[in-house]
Ligand binder design. Structure first.
Ligand code: SAM
Length: 256
């Protein structure tokens, strides 16, 4: 997909790369084919960048955007990310400014675990709220009962919340749920396909995914590197850390 085509679908600034956006568009195309009239749930919308393509997709019937607004968020990178000042109204204004109709959009200000279970069941969810493993795992646990049995859940910043993804895979296996996991190569997007969606020919919509163990191993290094850069100082002053090397875990005798 060309850069200009991606830009046309995403008129609002979004904290994601072109490959991330292309993956989202592939998921949207999949939904249009296998669940026309689908309902979309988004956790973490910021200014509405990732909502925009769904607002114009005629196959998307309704959208629920859940966002705990105005917080300074912890993050697995070891820094706090300040979202103060961006309200639901800021997002609606930005969407209208871009000429997008919001009639099919419902919003909820707050974390998903404070919300009553809606009657509607969603076909597609995108989790892009607080980027800690605990918050992402929580978002998934609370979103799951809101989903259709055949559904897809997408994750952004997958390398930051890779431990949540590991726990989600473990939980789904324990529950005996049929699922398939896909990590988009050279991108921060990944997806869990549930029920019959796990058996779809996903290659028609998505490139072959990254090896799951390689993704976990690379993510561990990424998170460590960010945490060290953000939280470790050299010496007693505030000097930035110079270069450093992260080794694989060493084997240590556990008993003598
Ligand atoms: C990375 S931004 C989302 C970006 C958006 N999906 C996009 O592509 O433009 C993260 C958003 O999560 C929201 N947020 C923070 N805590 C949250 C929570 N507990 N549940 C849902 N959203 C949360 C923030 O307010 C912020 O708008």
């Amino acid at each position: 997909m060309s850069t200009s085509e991606i830009a046309r679908h995403f008129p609002i600034e979004s904290q994601s790369s072109d490959r991330d956006k292309a993956f989202l568009l592939s998921a949207m195309r999949l939904m249009g084919d296998v669940a026309p009239g689908y309902d979309y749930l988004e956790i973490g919308s910021f200014l509405g960048g990732s909502l925009a393509p769904f607002l114009v997709d005629p196959a998307c019937a309704s959208i629920l955007s859940i966002d705990e607004r105005g917080k300074t968020l912890p993050d697995e990178r070891g820094a706090l990310f300040d979202y103060a000042g961006i309200t639901t109204q800021s997002m609606l204004d930005r969407l209208h400014q871009a000429g997008l109709a919001t009639a099919k959009l419902t919003t909820y200000d707050g974390p998903i675990d404070t919300m009553a279970l809606p009657e509607r069941r969603y076909d597609l969810a995108f989790i892009d709220g607080e980027h800690t493993d605990q918050a992402c795992f929580r978002d998934f646990l609370w979103a799951l009962p809101m989903m259709e049995p055949n559904a897809a859940v997408l994750f952004h910043d997958s390398s930051l919340i890779y431990k949540a993804i590991r726990l989600i895979a473990l939980y789904l296996r324990k529950e005996g749920r049929s699922f398939a996991f896909l990590k988009h190569r050279d991108s921060e997007m990944s997806a869990v396909f549930l029920g019959r969606f796990a058996q779809l020919d996903l290659g028609r919509y998505f490139e072959a995914g990254e090896d799951r163990d390689e993704f976990y191993a690379a993510s561990e290094v990424t998170v460590l590197e960010h945490s060290i850069r953000n939280r470790v100082r050299s010496g007693s002053g505030a000097e930035p850390l110079g270069s450093f090397t992260i080794d694989p875990p060493k084997a240590v005798k556990a008993y003598y």
